[in-house]
Design a protein around this ligand. Structure first.
Ligand SMILES: [Zn+2]
Length: 434
C-alpha cells in the first residue's frame, strides 16, 4: 500500500484539477480524498507542490528506431518520403537482429518512463528477425515496468515468406496476451501501398478470427494512394477489404492526406486516427486535417522519435497555430485524452482517471506553477508550462518505475552500455546493406 499525499490531481477527460490524496493498493487506485490517514506500515510519499497525472499513452511509435539517435545518414540524401523509407528506415529495420531489437525496446522504454509515459502502442518491423521479435520487446518493456500494445507490421516488401512470418508473429503474440494485464497485441500492417490484395485478405481474416483491431499507417504521404487514385480510393480499398473494422476499429497512423469524405468513413468505421506532428514535419509529408480529429476517436503518437507525449502535444499545438488552425490547446488535450480512451478500449479498464478502481499508472510532476492552475486553463498549462523534464516519478500498476533520474526495476547504465555496442553493430550492418 502506498499513500500519495498532498498533490494536486489532474485529469484530462473531462479536465479536472483538485488537491487530494490517493491510496494505491496492488495495481490500482483504492481511495481518493482529502486528508487520508496512513495505514500501519503503509509507504507515505509527501507530494506537496506536485501534480499527479494519469500516465500518458503514446498511441503510435516504433521502438525499433531507438538506436537511430546519431546514426550516420544515407550516402544519398532522400528527396521524398518514399526515399526516406527506402534509404533510411527500410535499411535500419533489415539490419535489426535479436540483440539490437532487445536493446531498442529497453532504451525506448527507459525514455518513455522518464517522460511520464506509461503505455506505448508500438508498430514493429525487423524483416530479417521476425519470429520472437515481439517477445523481445515485451521482455524489454517488462524489465523497465512499462505497458505495451505491440504488433508486427505485415508487408509484401520482403515477399510472401516474410509476410507469413509477420502474420504468424502477430497471431502468436495476440494469443499470448489474452490474460496479460500489461500487454495487448494488435494485427500490424505497414501501409496499403506495400500490401497486395491477397495479403490484405489474410490480414483481415486473422484480425476477424482473433477479434483484434488492425494497426496500420494510412495516407501518411500521397505515395500510399492506389495508382491513379486519391484518398477516396485508398479508404475505399481498405474499407472494401475490411481493414477498417476487422476485429474492431483499426488504429490508423497519420491520416495526413485524408479529405472530409474519407474521414467520415474512418469515423463511421470506429477507427482511431493517430496524429504524429513532429514526424510529419520532419518527413515533410504535409499537414493532417487535425481540426476534425477530436470529433473522431484519436490520439497522439511520436512515430519513433521518442516517448515524450508532452513534446508531441506542444509541437502539435504550435504546428496548428502556424497553419492558422482552430484546434487550440483544448483540442490537443482531447487528443491526449484520446490515448487514454484507446487504452480503456483495448484493456477494458478505466485508464486516464484518478478514481478508485483505475489502474495506478501515474506521472508525478514537480510543477510549482507561478500562475493559477484550474480545470478551465489546464490545457494551456499543458502546452505552455508542463514538460517531460518536470516528471519526477512514474508509476505503472502501482509500482514506482521511475524515481528522480533512477529506474528502480532496471539498470540504466547496463542497458545503455549494451545499447552502445548494439548501435555500433547496427549502424555497421546498415552501411553494408545500403
Ligand atoms: Zn509510424
Amino acid at each position: 500500500m502506498t499513500l500519495l499525499r498532498g498533490a494536486t490531481l489532474v485529469e484530462f477527460d473531462p479536465p479536472s484539477v483538485e488537491k487530494a490524496d490517493i491510496r494505491i493498493v496492488g495495481d490500482s487506485i483504492a481511495e481518493r480524498g482529502k486528508g487520508l490517514q496512513p495505514a500501519p506500515e503503509e509507504t507515505v510519499v509527501d507530494l506537496d507542490g506536485h501534480l499527479i497525472l494519469p500516465g500518458l499513452v503514446c498511441s503510435h511509435t516504433h521502438l525499433y528506431s531507438a538506436l537511430a539517435r546519431g546514426m550516420p545518414g544515407p550516402s544519398q540524401a532522400p528527396k521524398n518520403f518514399h526515399e526516406i523509407l527506402q534509404r533510411i528506415w527500410w535499411v535500419l529495420d533489415r539490419a535489426l537482429d535479436p540483440g539490437s531489437i532487445a536493446a531498442s525496446g529497453r532504451v525506448g522504454a527507459l525514455a518513455a518512463a522518464a517522460s511520464g509515459t506509461t503505455m506505448l502502442v508500438d508498430h514493429h518491423a525487423s524483416p530479417e528477425s521476425i519470429p520472437g521479435s515481439l517477445e523481445l520487446l515485451r521482455e524489454g518493456l517488462t524489465e523497465i515496468g512499462i505497458r505495451g500494445v505491440l504488433c508486427y507490421e505485415i508487408t509484401d516488401r520482403g515477399g510472401p515468406e516474410q509476410r507469413d512470418l509477420g502474420l504468424a508473429e502477430n497471431i502468436r503474440f495476440i494469443e499470448s496476451t489474452r490474460s496479460d494485464s500489461r500487454f495487448r497485441g494488435l494485427m500490424g500492417a505497414h501501409a496499403s501501398f506495400t500490401l497486395g490484395d491477397e495479403s490484405l485478405q489474410q490480414l483481415v481474416q486473422a484480425a476477424r478470427s482473433l477479434r483484434t483491431p488492425i494497426h496500420i499507417h494510412v495516407a501518411e504521404d500521397p505515395c500510399d494512394f492506389p495508382r491513379g487514385g486519391g484518398d477516396g480510393e485508398l479508404i475505399g480499398r481498405l474499407a472494401d477489404a475490411g481493414v477498417l473494422d476487422a476485429g474492431g476499429g483499426a488504429l490508423l497512423g497519420h491520416g495526413t492526406h485524408l479529405g472530409p469524405d474519407a474521414l467520415s468513413r474512418v469515423r463511421d468505421s470506429g477507427c482511431w486516427l493517430i496524429h504524429n506532428a513532429r514526424s510529419n514535419m520532419n518527413n515533410h509529408v504535409g499537414y493532417a486535417p487535425v481540426e476534425i480529429f477530436p470529433e473522431i476517436r484519436c490520439g497522439l503518437g511520436t512515430d519513433g522519435i521518442d516517448g515524450d507525449v508532452f513534446a508531441e502535444a506542444q509541437t502539435a499545438f504550435f504546428k496548428n497555430q502556424d497553419a492558422g488552425g482552430a484546434l487550440l490547446a483544448e483540442g490537443i488535450l482531447r487528443m491526449i485524452a484520446g490515448g487514454h480512451r484507446l487504452a480503456q478500449h483495448l484493456f477494458e479498464r478505466p485508464y486516464g482517471t484518478l478514481r478508485p478502481d483505475a489502474p495506478a499508472d501515474l506521472a508525478v510532476l514537480d510543477y510549482p506553477s507561478p500562475t493559477p492552475l484550474t480545470s478551465e486553463n489546464l490545457a494551456w498549462h499543458l502546452i505552455f508550462g508542463m514538460s517531460a523534464s518536470d516528471c519526477v516519478a512514474t508509476y505503472v500498476a502501482g509500482r514506482l518505475i521511475y524515481d528522480r533520474g533512477h529506474f528502480p526495476l532496471a539498470d540504466r547504465e547496463a542497458i545503455h552500455r549494451t545499447a552502445h555496442d548494439e548501435a555500433a553493430r547496427l549502424w555497421k550492418r546498415m552501411q553494408e546493406l545500403s
